[in-house]
Design a protein. Structure first.
Length: 366
C-alpha cells in the first residue's frame, strides 16, 4: 500500500485548500446560516475540482474532503461527488455518463443521496422497473437536499434510481445538528431513471441481476462511508488546530494552557485519533481505486470516524474552556459537524456489529 498522493492529487488538494481557506471564512459561514454558500460552490466547480474527481479517484476525493472539513465549508461537495459523479462513473450507462458527468462537473447538476450511510428507513417503491420508473415513498432526512437538482434513491429492492427535483418530489426543509441544507423527501409517482439502465431493456425485464444490484448499492454505500470518514478527518483536524492555537495563547496563572500536562495529553490523544481516522479512510479509498475489496475497510473507517471523531470534537471544544461553549465561536461549528457525521455514519456499536457480521459472512464463503 502506498498512500502518497500523485502529482495531480497533491495539486488538487493544494488548490482546494486555497479556495476553502479564502472563501470559507467564519464570517461567510455565519452569514450563510444553515444554507450553503453558492459563491464557494461556483468557485470549486470553476476550478474544475468537482469534475477532477473522476480522474483523481476516491483517494483524491478523500484528500479534497479533508480540506473542506478543516473549514467546515457549507457546500454539497461530498454528496455530489459520491452520489453523483462517482456513482454515475462506476455504475451509470454509457449514455448516462456522457450526459450527466459534464453537468455534474460544471455544477449545473447537484446530486444528493436518499439513503443514509448507516441503514435508515427507505419507504420507497418503484414501478416499471426498466429504464424509466416512478418512485413513491418518503425518506425522512436527506443531507443537502435543498441544494440538489437530482437525488440518487435506493428503492426497497436495492435498485438505484436517479430522479430530478420536480413537482412530484416534495422537499420539506429539515434542520440537522450541522448546517447541511437537509430536507425531508416525499416522492409521489416521481419520474426516475434507473442507474445503469439502457433503452435496449426498456420493454423487457430488468437486466440487472440481484447480485449486481446489491453490488452497486454496496459499492456506493462503502464509497460514501469512506468519503465521509475523510470529511470527518478534516473536521477533527480543524478542531484540534483551533484548540492548539487557543491553548498556546491563552494563559492561566502566568503560563500558556498548552504547558499543562493534562492539556498536552488530551491534544495528543486527539491527534492519534485523527491519524487513525485518516489512515483507515486512505486505505479504504486506495483499495477501491485499486479494484480491491474494501467493504470491511470502509466500515472500519466509518467506525473510527464515528467513535474517534466524536472524541476529538469534544476535546476541541473542551480545550477552549468557556469560549468553547459559545455557539458563535468557530470551534463550535466543528463540534456540530463532528456530531452530525457521527450520527450519519451510524453509532459505533451499530457499525461494529455490521463489520463483524460482514467478516463472518466472508469467512463462511467457500
Amino acid at each position: 500500500m502506498d498512500f502518497t498522493p500523485t502529482e495531480e492529487q497533491a495539486a488538487a488538494r493544494d488548490l482546494a485548500a486555497r479556495i476553502f481557506g479564502d472563501l470559507a471564512t467564519p464570517e461567510r459561514l455565519a452569514a450563510a446560516e444553515t444554507g450553503s454558500d453558492p459563491e464557494l460552490w461556483k468557485a470549486l466547480c470553476a476550478a474544475g475540482l468537482v469534475g477532477a474527481v473522476e480522474e483523481l479517484g476516491l483517494l483524491g476525493l478523500v484528500l479534497l474532503l479533508e480540506e473542506q472539513g478543516r473549514t467546515t465549508a457549507q457546500v454539497p461537495f461530498a454528496s455530489t461527488c459520491v452520489y453523483g459523479l462517482l456513482a454515475v462513473t462506476a455504475h451509470g450507462s454509457a449514455e448516462q455518463r456522457e450526459r450527466l458527468l459534464p453537468e455534474i462537473g460544471d455544477g449545473s447538476v447537484v446530486v444528493c443521496g436518499a439513503f443514509p450511510a448507516q441503514g435508515g428507513v427507505r419507504a420507497v417503491r418503484a414501478v416499471r422497473a426498466s429504464v424509466k420508473g416512478e418512485l413513491t415513498g418518503t425518506v425522512p432526512v436527506v443531507p443537502w437536499l435543498r441544494d440538489a437538482t437530482h437525488v440518487l434513491v435506493a428503492d426497497e429492492h436495492g435498485e438505484l434510481w436517479l430522479t430530478p427535483i420536480t413537482d412530484a418530489t416534495h422537499v420539506e426543509p429539515v434542520e440537522l445538528t450541522a448546517p447541511w441544507s437537509a430536507g425531508r423527501l416525499t416522492l409521489d409517482g416521481a419520474a426516475a431513471e434507473r442507474l445503469g439502465a439502457t433503452e435496449a431493456h426498456a420493454d423487457g425485464p430488468t437486466p440487472t441481476h440481484a447480485d449486481v444490484r446489491v453490488t452497486a448499492h454496496a459499492d456506493i454505500l462503502a464509497t460514501a462511508r469512506t468519503a465521509f470518514a475523510g470529511l470527518q478527518a478534516g473536521v477533527c483536524a480543524g478542531s484540534l488546530a483551533r484548540a492548539v492555537a487557543h491553548t498556546n495563547t491563552r494563559e492561566q496563572f502566568g503560563r500558556p494552557l498548552a504547558t499543562r500536562q493534562a492539556v498536552q495529553l488530551r491534544a495528543a490523544d486527539a491527534y492519534m485519533d485523527i491519524e487513525a481516522i485518516r489512515v483507515t479512510a486512505y486505505e479504504a479509498a486506495w483499495r477501491r481505486d485499486a479494484g480491491l475489496p474494501y467493504a470491511t475497510h470502509a466500515l472500519t473507517a466509518a467506525w473510527w470516524a464515528a467513535e474517534a471523531g466524536r472524541r476529538v470534537v469534544d476535546t476541541g471544544q473542551h480545550l477552549h474552556g468557556g469560549a468553547g461553549a459559545d455557539v458563535e465561536h468557530p470551534v463550535h461549528r466543528h463540534f456540530l459537524w463532528g456530531r452530525q457525521l457521527d450520527g450519519y455514519l451510524g453509532c459505533g456499536a451499530e457499525v461494529l456489529q455490521e463489520l463483524g457480521e460482514l467478516i463472518v459472512s466472508e469467512e463462511a464463503q467457500p
